[in-house]
Design a protein around this ligand. Structure first.
Ligand code: HPA
Length: 234
């Protein structure tokens, strides 16, 4: 048990999928895993461990934003020995050639967060994906004919942006989409010698203002879970 995770030692797998929403963790565990058992419900943040094609996997919620993800990922890596961590979440698209429902795989992340300033002291650390996971996730997405885009994303500290100039500069510099967690996941994985990746479904478009209707969110989320599981075990 840790401060925020009630699982006993050994109840968390080395491979962990990380949706923001705890109810997505429940749905994904019930849909994709065999013999899934709930291993955490502290503060309503649900985690489940089961198997996928015989491989042990935990699916654990992170909450929204980097401070929340940071708590769970620190404990998952440092206290439970997680080694491969894949965020599965949604993002807003920032480029015209990307459509709602497409998948974005974050090769690198940009952020304005000050969370790690005391460590880097002004240096621009570039949080990036684990290459072996990135390669297998892209191959899995292509095999399924899921439209996939690979590149830089923006991990924002705010959902409701008041900075149109920043958004415009990020778009201009070919940032593909915006979400709120991946930069901290990649930073922690680098710090603690783990592998990390973020596989994201485009749920809304910042330029066209199109949004994924709620009845289609589940199918898109399922695509992403399967890509993440194939990436983890190939
Ligand atoms: N902004 C931040 N996070 C998001 C968005 C967004 O537009 N869409 C999905 N996650």
């Amino acid at each position: 048990m840790t401060v925020h995770i009630g699982a006993k030692s050994g109840e968390i797998a080395e491979t962990v999928l990380l949706p923001g929403d705890p109810y997505r963790a429940k749905w994904a565990a019930e849909t994709f895993l065999d013999d899934a058992v709930c291993v955490n419900e502290v503060r309503g943040m649900l985690g489940f461990t089961g198997t996928w094609k015989g491989n042990r996997v935990t699916i654990h919620g992170t909450g929204m934003g980097m401070p929340s993800l940071s708590i769970y990922v620190n404990e998952l890596i440092q206290d439970y020995g997680a080694k491969t961590l894949i965020r599965i979440g949604s993002c807003g698209a920032m480029q015209e050639n990307i459509n709602v429902r497409d998948v974005i795989i974050a090769m690198a992340t940009t952020s304005t967060t000050s969370m790690n300033d005391p460590i880097f002291r002004g240096a621009n650390f570039a949080p990036c994906a684990d290459w072996s996971l990135l390669k297998t996730a892209v191959a899995a997405a292509e095999k399924r004919d899921t439209p996939v885009h690979v590149g830089n994303i923006f991990s924002s500290d705010v959902f409701y942006s008041e900075s149109p100039e920043l958004d415009a500069q990020l778009e201009r510099h070919n940032v593909l989409g915006v979400e709120m967690e991946a930069a901290e996941l990649y930073t922690l994985a680098a710090r603690h010698n783990a592998r990390a990746l973020a596989v994201l479904t485009v749920s809304d478009h910042l330029k066209t203002h199109e949004a994924l209707p709620s009845d289609q969110r589940e199918r898109s989320f399922a695509d992403m879970v399967e890509i993440a599981l194939e990436a983890a075990f190939n």
